[in-house]
Design a protein around this ligand. Sequence first.
Ligand SMILES: C[S@@+](CC[C@H](N)C(=O)[O-])C[C@H]1O[C@@H](n2cnc3c(N)ncnc32)[C@H](O)[C@@H]1O
Ligand code: SF4
Length: 379
Amino acid sequence: MTNEQPHALRQPESVIRHLYFHIPFCPKLCPYCSFYVEVGGKNKNRAFLDALLREVDDAAAHHTLKPETIYFGGGTPTSLLTDQLDYLLGGLRERLDLSALREWTLEANPATVRAEKARLLRDIGVTRISLGVQSWDDELLLTLGRVHNSKQAENTYHILRDAGFPSVNLDLMFAVPGQTHAQWHTTLEKTIALAPDHISSYCLTYEEDTDYFRKLTGGTFRQDDERDAQLFETTMDTLAAAGFAQYEISNYARPGHESQHNRAYWFGADYLGFGPGAFSTIGNERWENVRDTAAYTQRVLTGESAGAFRETLTQTQRAGEIAAFRMRTAEGMSRTELAPWTAAMEELEKLGLLETSGENLRLTRRGRMLADSVGEALV
Ligand SMILES: C[S@@+](CC[C@H](N)C(=O)[O-])C[C@H]1O[C@@H](n2cnc3c(N)ncnc32)[C@H](O)[C@@H]1O
Ligand code: SF4
């Protein structure tokens, strides 16, 4: 559970408790992915790492940074060499007050983790690894253009366990072109057998400007809503039976292993993002750093702001955004908090997408299948 208060009821915080670092490097670009990434990482010189540390120093001059959660995402943070991770994470340890830190997550691709790297990350204080497995089926991994096979992913999982991380998440994807029900069932069963602490199961989305999107619009790929709904139902049933609580539409955890960093986002906490393409939100102010690694590095190291895009959200926009996130969680929100959207919520309740649970309204099983419609009513 969280002690976050809904943002709409709070003033901007002077203490920032949630930090995100965007590491935009990947060993290979996946054809469905629209995150800001580039191939490589290993050859990046120290300047990029120094820019990240300098951005933290600059932020610390304006805010008190007392992180409860740190999240290294991407891209693929483990694309950096062990020495580079040592320099970067060690540099952070020197700069930050980590006395309140509860969770330090780092995303990993199975092709980029060796035992030495895993040990270093654990020794330096990382508590949680999120591993992009996607599927245990080698044929589907090829369809997804992944750089690793299932054997490598399994080896990497054991390396992480041997290194002693208290929490390991496995990312999976369903609704992949050509994926059968049997393939998905096998992937779920194999995942459960490995006993991770957390599973993120994402429905493939066709993001604009990706190869997958072009193949969809060009007719090479076809969406099959009925199959995808069945795959989602199988996910919910299979993971629930194995003891994983679906605490958010795409996220399942053993008790005590819910992602605290993501929960902070959903509850509207302030956060700072570092690195190219990273977003920050403080109060109703939101900005994004320039989506260009070279420009980002140059700007930060010459004392310029890395911010490229900035907007001020209205109170209504921010409250709607937080409500849309929170309604995707298992607990939902109280009717009082949902008062601005009473008419829309009553309509969704009549349609069987929402139900009462104590003081709260939350998604029904059918509502979880149509969660986007609920979100749209709130923003
Ligand atoms: C930044 S990646 C995780 C780490 C690493 N880059 C990797 O892919 O192994 C975050 C996750 O987002 C999910 N993802 C990426 N693109 C997606 C898409 N178009 N639809 C659904 N899920 C997606 C994948 O499950 C991926 O593991
Ligand atoms: S899915 Fe992960 S590995 Fe693939 S391009 Fe996106 S961030 Fe990189």
